[in-house]
Design a protein around this ligand. Structure first.
Ligand SMILES: Nc1ncnc2c1ncn2[C@@H]1O[C@H](COP(=O)(O)OP(=O)(O)O)[C@@H](O)[C@H]1O
Ligand SMILES: [Mg+2]
Length: 322
C-alpha cells in the first residue's frame, strides 16, 4: 500500500512564496499565461491585472493605488507587459508603482527608452554599442546628405515611435525616399532614415536577456522574397548559438537601456553585431518553441530574486529603525 501521506503539500520548501502581479490586458495572451503558469509551478501566487483598470491618486500623504476602485491586491513584484496600444496609461501605472517603491521587472525609464527608436539608438551609441548608421531629420531638404551619411541607397525609413503595425519602408531611389519622407512628415510623424544592412544575409538575431543573462537566442529568416522578419510576415525562427561577442553586446544593451527583461534585435554583420531594436515586452512563444527553453521560468526566477531581495532589505531597515 502507499506510504505515508502528507497532510498538506509543501511543494517548494526552499524558497519563500512571493506574490507576482503581471500587468497585462488579458490572461489569455501567450506570454502572460506562461508567466502565471511558471510562477504557480514554482509555488508562488500569481495574478494578472489589467493596467487600464488601475486607478492612481496623488496629492495626499502618499500616492494612492486602486484596482477597479477597490484595494490594490497584495504584490511583491510586478511584471509589466504594457501593450503599445495603451503605452501612455500603462507607463503611468508602472511609474506610480515605482513611486510606491514596488520592485518591477522593467521600470518606466527602460520601457519608454526602448519605445522611442531614436532615443534608444542614441543611448546605445553613446555607450559604445554598435548601431546601424542612422539619421533623423525634420524635413526632406537635406536628402542627399542624409543618404550619404547612412552609406548610400537603398535606405530604410522607420517611423520613430513603435506602433502595433510595422512602420518600415525600403527606398531604393532618391525620388522614392523624397516622396516617402514628404508623405510621412506631412502626416506629422517623425522618422529616422537608416542604413539598409545587406551584410546580415537576410537574417537577424534576437537575444532574450533576463536579469543580465542571455537565456535564449533566435535567428529570424524572412520568407523568400519578403523583407520583414516578423512572425506576422511568415518569417522562420530557429534556435541559434549566440557568439560570445553578440551575447556580451546584448547584455550590455539591456544594462544601458535599463531593462531586466528584454529582447535585443541585432543584425549579424562582420565586425560585430549592430543593435537596431530593443523590445521591453517581448513575446516569448517563438523563443520557447524554437529553443526549447523555459523563458517564463527564467523571468519568474528573476522576479523571485528581486522580490526576496526587496523583502529582506525592508526587514533590515525596519529592524534598524525599531
Ligand atoms: N538597418 C537594417 N538593415 C536591414 N534590415 C533591417 C534594419 N533594421 C531593421 N531591419 C529588418 O526589418 C525588421 C523590422 O525593423 P524594426 O526596426 O524591428 O521595426 P519594427 O518597429 O517594425 O519592429 C527587422 O526585424 C529586421 O529584420
Ligand atoms: Mg522589430
Amino acid at each position: 500500500m502507499g506510504g505515508a501521506r502528507l497532510a498538506f503539500r509543501a511543494p517548494h520548501p526552499y524558497h519563500p512564496r512571493v506574490h507576482v502581479t503581471v500587468l497585462s490586458r488579458s490572461a489569455a495572451i501567450y506570454t502572460t499565461h506562461r508567466l502565471v503558469e511558471a510562477a504557480r509551478a514554482r509555488g508562488h501566487r500569481a495574478r494578472v491585472l489589467d493596467p487600464v483598470q488601475v486607478e492612481m491618486g496623488l496629492g495626499g500623504t502618499r500616492p494612492a493605488l486602486f484596482y477597479r476602485r477597490g484595494r490594490f491586491p497584495r504584490t511583491d513584484i510586478v511584471i509589466p507587459r504594457i501593450a503599445l496600444s495603451i503605452n501612455q496609461y500603462g507607463l503611468a501605472v508602472v511609474n506610480h508603482l515605482q513611486l510606491l517603491g514596488m520592485p518591477l521587472l522593467n521600470g518606466t525609464q527602460g520601457i519608454s527608452a526602448s519605445r522611442n527608436k531614436m532615443r534608444c539608438l542614441q543611448l546605445l551609441a553613446g555607450n559604445g554599442i554598435g548601431v546601424p548608421l542612422t539619421v533623423m531629420a525634420n524635413d526632406a531638404s537635406g536628402l542627399k546628405d542624409m543618404v550619404k551619411h547612412v552609406g548610400g541607397l537603398p535606405v530604410l525609413v522607420k517611423l520613430l515611435s513603435q506602433s502595433e503595425r510595422t512602420g518600415l519602408m525600403i527606398c531604393e531611389t532618391l525620388q522614392s525616399l523624397e516622396a516617402a519622407l514628404e508623405a510621412i512628415l506631412g502626416l506629422g510623424q517623425n522618422i529616422v532614415v537608416q542604413q539598409y544592412v545587406k551584410a546580415a544575409r537576410g537574417r537577424d538575431l534576437r537575444a532574450f536577456v533576463v536579469g543580465g543573462r542571455v537565456v535564449a537566442a533566435l535567428r529570424r529568416r524572412p520568407r523568400v522574397g519578403r523583407f520583414a522578419r516578423t512572425l506576422a510576415h511568415g518569417a522562420k525562427f530557429e534556435a541559434c548559438a549566440l557568439p560570445d561577442e553578440h551575447a556580451r553586446v546584448a547584455v550590455e544593451t539591456a544594462r544601458v537601456v535599463g531593462l531586466e527583461v528584454c529582447a535585443i534585435d541585432m543584425l549579424d554583420v562582420k565586425g560585430g553585431p549592430l543593435v537596431f531594436e530593443v523590445n521591453s515586452s517581448p513575446g516569448i512563444r517563438e523563443a520557447e518553441e524554437a529553443c526549447g527553453v523555459d523563458v517564463a521560468a527564467a523571468v519568474i526566477a528573476r522576479a523571485e530574486q528581486l522580490a526576496l531581495a526587496t523583502r529582506s532589505a525592508r526587514r533590515a531597515s525596519a529592524g534598524a529603525a525599531g
